[in-house]
Write a protein that binds this ligand. Sequence first.
Ligand code: PEP
Ligand code: MG
Length: 586
Amino acid sequence: MSFQVFGLPVSRGVAIGRAVLVASSRVDVAHYFIEESRADEEIARLRAARDVVASELTALQRDLPEDAPAELSALLDVHLMLLHDDTLTGATKHWIQERHYNAEWALSAQLEVIARQFDEMEDEYLRDRKADLEQVVERLLRAMARGTASPFAPAPGASPRDFGGEDPLVMVANDVAPADMLQFKRSVFTGFITDVGGKTSHTAIVARSMDIPAVVGAREASRIIRQDDWVIIDGDAGIVIVDPSPIVLEEYRFRQRQSDLERESLSRLRHTPAVTMDGERVELLANIEMPVDAVAALDAGAVGVGLFRSEFLFMNREGELPGEDEQFEAYRAAVIAMNGLPVTIRTVDIGADKPLDRMSVNELRHEHALNPALGLRAIRWSLSEPGMFRQQLRAILRASAYGKVKLLIPMVAHLSEVRLTLDALARAKLQLADASRPFTDVAVGAMIEIPAAALLLPALLRYFDFVSIGTNDLIQYTLAIDRADEAVAHLYDPWHPAVLQLISQTIRLARSAGKEVSVCGEMAGDPAFTELLLAMGLRSFSMHPSQIASIKQRVLRTDVRRWAGRLAAVLESDDPEARFKEAMRA
Ligand code: PEP
Ligand code: MG
């Protein structure tokens, strides 16, 4: 029977497909299709892994010390029994043969099916066996990783070959960590739904950057949607329709076609300069996560990179950080790809909902039950790791010999941090000069994303060449709302008068000091705010490449002079959003 699940719209568009339930801890399992005729080879990989695990478990049992508790041996018996049970390995074959999933994916899909059956059991002892099942699957996945690679596994950077059925697929998970979102680019999914997350959580941001329809904060979604259910993701409204009727399905297919057409017509603006109706030039820049994203930035007509979130280079590495040379190569690749256009590289912003390793955000929260968003993140973390920080600064400086590089410092709040940062930069330059490594004098900017920084702007401007307003965090910290927490998502309000005043004041003060100012938070890519930001004096917007065309269209249709006269009334209103909409209609 058809039903709806409500969440937060985080990435626009409509996706229609069959649900694939993925446990949070298994999002990193590779998802790709295999050729139908090669299913037997894929099943052989699964069998080989099963045999390896069977001998591991038997050896463990054999080598148990005499005084080991009897429960341990019984537990290994249970694991062996689960391993050979037809509902696990036997039924996994079905996903390979019928759906053409690769073995790892098939195994985790079957795990989801059985895990749900365990959850529904009355008997507590049997319910607890779910953990055993997960351990067995973990062992199988590890054995497969060590064994022969699938001939179909896509190479890094390649997209998965599509030997699958006709049905498109959408991922349903409790949570997806930002690092795992990067895998999404190589996966077969056309949309995703998560139970947790906020509109500007980093998972949502990465979804937007990939232009995949997505709904987050859908609470119970991963519990009530079943494997293989047909679902529609309405990424504009934040609604998921499960098992839709043919009429609803047709309506959404129509909308899908409409939005494809709209995109196509917007893409024609790619090479049109962004100039307002009254002749104000506006700079539309791209936010990127990886050097390869520079291609999408140029394709979309970006005139530079306004935010390179360098922390994504630090993720998915099991704690081993990228060294100076590796970082240098990555920054240089982005700079060269941008072909003389400016590239603003932000020093690493690790922490809060962007953990270093693959722990999901939830696990991170439980592990460190403090306040990660207020903790050791961004520049605070960099300053606490001086060796790592200097390596990054040197890598960024070295890339400046290949194009126009700007350096951006996240989460600035204290002048003492500013001085330490500039000292570290000066030292990095000295080291490079001593080693005769070429670099240029990069402009240094501060992110204004903590209210203290906005209030301290005149002092900060004495130290920095430019500022970039990170509205995502500025809203979070001004309103004391965790941006990744769906429980308070309704209070995360970019229209809050305090937020708008801080943004407006920052733009005005920076401009009157003759310093460049841009916005690189999600508000820059949201057409609802384009006129208002232009009226505040903003001329530089940085956003996901996929958003550039619609913001450009908005810029081309705006008469800034007309809007400037209405700004004060909006800012002074108790309800700026309503006042703004009224002004739009006038
Ligand atoms: C911001 O806070 O607005 C921003 C652009 O940085 P991030 O989203 O990476 O925290
Ligand atoms: Mg931020």
